[in-house]
Design a protein around this ligand. Structure first.
Ligand SMILES: C[S@@+](CC[C@H](N)C(=O)[O-])C[C@H]1O[C@@H](n2cnc3c(N)ncnc32)[C@H](O)[C@@H]1O
Length: 228
């Protein structure tokens, strides 16, 4: 027996309602995009006028991991067991603690952190996570205090634009890396001090680094350089 239900042809009202729904969804996406853009612009301007401390409230949470693309960045950093890895400005170790686990066994990581309180909190987080192959150096990376010719890999994530004397830091990084060692620079949204790829290249290439490649994701990039 026929249970056929004749398909109703959409009326002009149905079409108009669907179009209105699409418009509403598009407006919502635009509104969210514009709000994020505005918030990021305001945050960047405030940081330019007044240097704000590292936002402790952001700590290392699943939300900040998502916001700052931790998993993606860890995928870009090409680290292996046995390597010696350096991070300038590791903060609370969002990247450095997982990297320490990745270079074990046989490898180690060093973080140079200008903020004493953060450096101490990072040490405590390492102890709590049972990570022993980590050294945290307190102080400004512009002051020479990093072992020379020791590291296979170095990286800076959301730090370059915050450093007072980037020329000195890049010079020390060159000394700290072995010839052929890799330097990764991670920059992008939502860091208020984020640097453009062109600005990063302008700093690194004259300082003795060759660009290897760049990976982009979600308003961020990881640029890879080789220490010549
Ligand atoms: C925005 S946080 C980024 C932290 C970490 N790299 C991350 O991606 O989660 C910047 C960090 O760099 C540190 N920093 C800024 N200038 C520095 C310098 N000259 N030497 C060492 N650390 C520095 C700050 O104290 C802060 O912990």
């Amino acid at each position: 027996m026929g249970g056929d239900v004749a398909e109703r042809r959409p009326t002009i009202n149905d079409v108009a309602a669907r179009a209105e729904e699409h418009m509403r969804a598009r407006r919502l996406v635009l509104l969210i995009g514009a709000s994020l853009g505005l918030a990021s612009g305001v945050w960047r301007t405030v940081h330019r006028i007044r240097r704000l401390p590292y936002p402790f409230w952001m700590a290392v949470t699943p939300f900040t991991d998502w916001l700052y693309g931790t998993k993606t960045i860890l995928g870009h950093l090409d680290v292996h067991p046995g390597q010696h890895v350096l991070e300038i400005g590791p903060g609370l170790g969002r990247l450095l603690l997982p990297v320490a686990a990745r270079v074990a066994p046989g490898g180690d990581v060093t973080g140079v952190e200008i903020d004493h309180g953060i450096a101490q909190a990072l040490r405590e987080r390492a102890v709590a996570a049972g990570i022993t192959n980590i050294t945290v150096i307190d102080g400004d990376a512009a002051a020479r205090q990093i072992p020379i010719g020791y590291f296979d890999v170095a990286y800076l994530a959301a730090v370059l634009g915050e450093i007072g004397n980037p020329t000195a830091v890049i010079h020390h990084l060159h000394d700290a890396l072995k010839p052929g060692g890799m330097l990764f620079i991670i920059e992008g949204w939502p860091d208020p001090h984020h640097q453009s790829l062109a600005a990063v290249k302008r700093r690194l290439v004259p300082a003795g680094f060759a660009r290897i490649g760049v990976t982009r994701a979600w308003g961020r990039f990881t640029a890879q350089f080789e220490r010549l």
